[in-house]
Design a protein around this ligand. Structure first.
Ligand code: HEC
Ligand code: HEC
Length: 229
């Protein structure tokens, strides 16, 4: 077996192991909406102040789109901020001010909001499109697996471990890859993302983050083209 194949297989094994949990939102959605829009009265500001009334965030300000993300992924991130394995001077104080019940309710609420993409039919990647190629095929010469292998078709997210990337702001995605590189985000199971972040070139980071940010619009365009044919 080649080195590349062995690496692919061991990544697949981890993927399967991480992916067996079924997402069950235990929190109270209505209570979550209440905290999201008004804060919890104990130090956590209204989430909508930054993440917007629809959870879509703000690209220029660096506030990520959290609408439709998996509830278990969201709740893990809030715990990670509170525990400091994921560092953010903005989010850490809020996460620390949330009770377990607040976290569950907020996560259920944000999962219930509309996410940017759904699965569409498979399309072969264009080798001239570096972002699309990385997402669908990876760059095995540099031991970088296809992002969609873990993040799902069209980067729409898989289960409770692999967050959606499609439709997320490019600046935020870039920031997270750099955070894994410099160690301020150190919360990925088995360091799945740290290794990938270290191996991506600057150019690949730009290509892949711009690809995912623009994907929902690109897919909507393709669907329209088909209808008008
Ligand atoms: C003052 C602005 C601000 C407020 C208020 C705020 N956030 Fe955030 N949030 C941010 C920023 C900035 C980031 C990105 C931090 C980073 O780089 O890790 C973020 C990141 C997140 C993430 C990680 C998203 C991901 O894709 O991994 C979650 C989850 C989150 N916020 C939830 C909340 C919740 C729930 C509330 C309300 C209790 C809230 N935020 C309030 C600014 C804010
Ligand atoms: C082997 C599985 C795997 C592969 C392949 C993979 N990722 Fe990830 N990725 C993860 C996991 C697991 C997380 C969530 C870590 C956590 O719990 O915070 C993640 C999270 C992310 C995040 C943070 C999203 C957010 O909302 O904060 C970004 C950005 C990201 N990955 C980009 C990529 C890119 C770009 C590629 C391809 C070059 C890629 N990933 C390939 C497993 C993978």
């Amino acid at each position: 077996m080649t080195k590349t194949m062995r690496a692919a297989l061991s990544l697949l094994a981890v993927t399967v192991a991480l992916n067996t949990g079924v997402a069950v939102a235990a929190g109270d959605t209505a209570r979550g909406e209440n905290i999201a829009t008004q804060g919890n009265g104990a130090g956590a500001l209204a989430c909508t102040t930054c993440h917007g009334p629809d959870g879509k965030g703000n690209a220029a300000a660096g506030f990520p789109d959290i609408a439709g993300l998996n509830a278990d992924y969201l709740s893990k991130q809030l715990h990670d901020y509170a525990e400091g394995t994921r560092k953010s001077p903005i989010m850490q104080p809020f996460a620390t001010a949330l009770t377990e019940d607040d976290i569950q309710s907020l996560s259920a609420y944000y999962q219930s909001l509309q996410s940017p993409v759904s699965a569409v039919a498979y399309r072969a990647p264009d080798p001239a499109n570096q972002g699309e190629w990385l997402a669908l095929r990876g760059d095995w010469d540099n031991l970088i697996p296809a992002c969609n292998q873990c993040h799902g078709p069209n980067g729409m997210g898989v289960g409770n471990s692999f967050p959606a990337l499609a439709g997320q702001h490019a600046s935020y995605l870039k920031g997270q890859i750099l955070a894994w590189r410099n160690g301020t985000r150190n919360n990925d199971p088995n360091h799945l993302m740290k290794g990938i972040a270290d191996r991506l070139s600057e150019q690949q980071i730009s290509a892949i983050t711009e690809y995912y940010a623009a994907l929902p619009e690109q897919l909507a365009g393709q669907a329209e083209e088909k209808e008008n044919r």
